[in-house]
Design a protein. Structure first.
Length: 189
């Protein structure tokens, strides 16, 4: 594993502060203090707090959108694709707990990237709904409003960042499997 760059460190520490205090409440001075450096030194690696937020949210949203596109285009049936989506959320959340907090809580603070983020989110949800609708058409999933199914599943998956850090001996494969049972068996025919 290659060593973390100073910019990556800044983004990691900022994401933690954004989760703890909220994006609006964190200043560049707070970030510098948390890193043990002078605020002016931050600007050698990053232009603004907005740039940090963009790095956190956009990269994660792109990961989710590209991954669900791959899941959708796979040869798996709809239930397997839903399990793959759950695995994706568990994996990305486990690796990016603080980033997920910003993705969920601070996206509205994106300035010049807000429209792009909303497009990524819309694309992600569109693939999710296609999987659900195809599952209903194939009689793999109960014919229930797909928006409600998606909302129910994503409400759980998007809040994993709150729950995962509290589990010291977390087995992510077991978590993904258990979530699949809980979230999918209720819609499995």
């Amino acid at each position: 594993m290659k060593p973390e760059t100073r910019k990556e460190e800044i983004i990691r520490v900022a994401a933690k502060l954004f989760k703890e205090k909220g994006f609006s409440a964190v200043t560049m001075r707070d970030l510098a203090t948390a890193m043990g450096i002078k605020a002016a030194s931050l600007y050698n690696h990053i232009n603004s707090k907005q740039e940090i937020l963009k790095e956190i949210i956009i990269s994660l949203a792109e990961d989710f959108t590209e991954s669900i596109k791959i899941i959708y285009n796979s040869k798996n049936n709809s239930l397997e694709k839903l399990s793959n989506i759950i695995e994706l959320h568990v994996s990305l959340t486990t690796k990016n707990t603080y980033h997920m907090a910003s993705l969920n809580n601070d996206w509205m603070h994106l300035e010049d990237q807000l429209e792009y983020y909303l497009k990524l989110r819309k694309d992600y949800e569109s693939y999710f709904l296609k999987i659900l609708n195809e599952g209903m058409d194939a009689s793999e999933i109960k014919n229930v409003n797909p928006q409600i199914i998606m909302f129910t599943m994503l409400s759980t998956l998007r809040s994993l960042y709150l729950w995962i850090p509290k589990k010291e001996d977390l087995n992510i494969d077991e978590l993904a499997n258990n979530l699949s049972v809980v979230l999918i068996q209720g819609i499995n025919k």
